[in-house]
Ligand binder design. Sequence first.
Ligand SMILES: Nc1ncnc2c1ncn2[C@@H]1O[C@H](COP(=O)(O)OP(=O)(O)O)[C@@H](O)[C@H]1O
Ligand SMILES: [Mg+2]
Length: 245
Amino acid sequence: MAEPIIELKGVSFSAQNVEVVRDISMQVEEGKSLALVGPSGGGKSTVLKLAAGLLVPTAGEVLFRGKNIAAMTRGQNLAFRREGAVVFQDSALWSNQDLYQCLELPLKIHFPKMSREDRNGRITETLKDVGYTKNIHIRPAMLSAGEQKLIAFARSMILKPGLLFLDEWTESLDDDAADRLIGLVKKQQAEKRTIIFVSHDFRIIKNFADKITMIMGGKLYRTITRDEIAEDENLSRMIKKGIAL
Ligand SMILES: Nc1ncnc2c1ncn2[C@@H]1O[C@H](COP(=O)(O)OP(=O)(O)O)[C@@H](O)[C@H]1O
Ligand SMILES: [Mg+2]
């Protein structure tokens, strides 16, 4: 078996005296896709943020290529941030920046020597990929939730990441926009990028996920393969409903 690119070992996370997730262990191999599924409030976004190194576990460890993210040096952390990109459930664009600046900032941080022209080129190309054609010199608050998702997606792709963390990434999009992003993620998959995603959309889960991890009540309930969903009607029903039967 290939070495995992991301591994959670006995990870728990508590905030304000509430244990949000408990004792999660999972592995994602390089070039594979893992779906996190389960009921709302079950802890999927929290697990995704822990895997992406955006939350620090209160117990256990999250490893990126075998290194504990919480113990990384600044340089190692920057390299991890450059390789891994996140689309947040609520898009989380920078509200005091215009859309152009939201896309430019990651390039400025990670490629400080890139010319303005090259940055412009990368931004234009990425916006074209996601299908955003409107004004980019406006702030995120002027966009619909779906348009914000497109920009959030563009921001995640701007560094051409090897590892994608996508939270409910087709939610609030119309069918055309969703299909476009599905096409882009398919392309990432074909290029052997690693994808960890949260979705409620059975079609997406069935199409994309090599493995499916079910999270409920802050605990990992079960991890299954794509073939297992096809074979087990009960599991398909559980995933479709997002709840345990
Ligand atoms: N920082 C936090 N402090 C307190 N409660 C939290 C925090 N983060 C998440 N929770 C709670 O933990 C539960 C799981 O949240 P979340 O991971 O967003 O679930 P999901 O993405 O599966 O809907 C929710 O009830 C949420 O309110
Ligand atoms: Mg969530």
